[in-house]
Design a protein around this ligand. Structure first.
Ligand code: TXD
Length: 309
């Protein structure tokens, strides 16, 4: 039986790291595409040469064209520019809109049945671009943000409590911007509500750090944004689809009335499996959380409108 094919467009920090992790877990054969001549080929060859040492057996190829991507099962799109200190994700909109539109056109011409996982920022708006340009059904177009933001939140809680990260169950919903909503009412530690383990002011501090989690790393790196955790989150989504894991995770999904929102990509809990976004799960929120989610939706809708699509 042929192995599945995963294409990663943009062989920069997130893309190359995603290729690395996908290959290391033998998830699929990997095609790395970038506009920079020789770079994706070089990274692919380097990864191929890591195989005898690390002991994984998949093919990794690099390309500057879409020929080798034909009939991909899943395509992760990371192409575009990343934030530098002082920039918001929204500052990237004009450059990345054109890049994501062009990449999507090329991808769908070769892989009409693929699932698209968008990573480029501003995330929810770039999902909208890929959705419109691809013409794919909404189950097959989604954005990676919620798994990453939730991982940051879980990480900060585990650090605070001095317990294993696996014990923290949580959800960060809404747009992938400063208005994202870590849902405290849905946060527990092995079933114990977080509110029973930490005082409100400590929880508020962890929520705040989560919301600014991407910016904290941009400020430290100075030349770009985070990539290890973003790549890991993207690969988890690809794995959920390729292996029909039916994970219940937050992703940016196209809403058509769910959560009271229409024609908008927004971070919500979904079931992610072989059918892509198989189900959007409604969540009971506190009135305060509802209010925060509304604010986040307004910010995402504003960015979508700036696309003029
Ligand atoms: O949570 C999330 N969704 C995110 C999003 C987390 C981390 C990074 N996030 C965004 O992903 C970030 O704001 C950027 O918009 C993308 C990619 O971030 P990365 O850190 O990987 O940026 P790099 O290292 O600059 O890589 C981008 C690559 C680079 O090699 C370019 O040459 C390439 O994209 N690129 C293209 N490839 C193919 N086709 C076209 N047109 C193209 N244009 C640029």
């Amino acid at each position: 039986m042929a192995r599945p094919k995963l294409t990663v467009v943009g062989a920069g920090n997130v893309g190359a790291t995603a290729a690395h992790w996908a290959a290391a877990q033998e998830l699929a054969d990997v095609v790395l595409v970038d506009v920079v001549e020789g770079m994706p080929q070089g990274k692919a060859l380097d990864l191929m040469q890591a195989r005898p040492i690390m002991g994984f057996n998949v093919e990794i190829v690099g390309a500057n064209d879409y020929g080798p991507t034909a009939d991909s099962d899943v395509v992760i799109i990371t192409a575009g520019i990343a934030r530098k200190p002082g920039m918001s994700r929204e500052d990237l909109i004009n450059t990345n809109k054109n890049i994501v539109a062009e990449v999507t056109r090329q991808v769908v011409a070769k892989s009409p049945n693929a699932f698209l996982i968008i990573v480029s920022n501003p995330l929810d708006a770039m999902c909208y671009v890929a959705y419109k340009v691809s013409g794919f059904p909404r189950e097959r177009v989604m954005g990676m943000a919620g798994i990453l933001d939730t991982a940051r939140y879980r990480c900060f809680i585990a650090m605070e409590l001095g317990c294993a990260v696996e014990e923290i169950q949580a959800m960060v919903l809404g747009g992938h911007g400063d208005e994202m909503v870590p849902v405290v009412s849905a946060t527990n530690v092995s079933g114990i509500p977080l509110t029973e383990l930490l005082p409100p002011e400590r929880i508020a501090a962890l929520v705040e750090r989560t919301k600014k989690g991407g910016g904290e790393i941009v400020a430290l790196l100075k030349t770009g944004s985070a990539y290890y955790a973003p790549a890991a989150a993207s690969v988890q989504m690809a794995a959920a689809i390729l292996k029909d894991h039916k994970r219940v995770v937050p992703v940016s999904a196209y809403l058509d009335g769910e959560y009271g929102l229409k024609d908008l990509f927004f971070g919500v809990p979904v079931v992610l499996g072989a059918g892509g976004v198989e189900k959007i799960i409604p969540l009971k929120l506190t009135p305060e959380e509802e209010e925060l989610l509304k604010k986040s939706a307004a910010a995402v809708a504003k960015t979508r409108d700036e696309l003029k699509m």
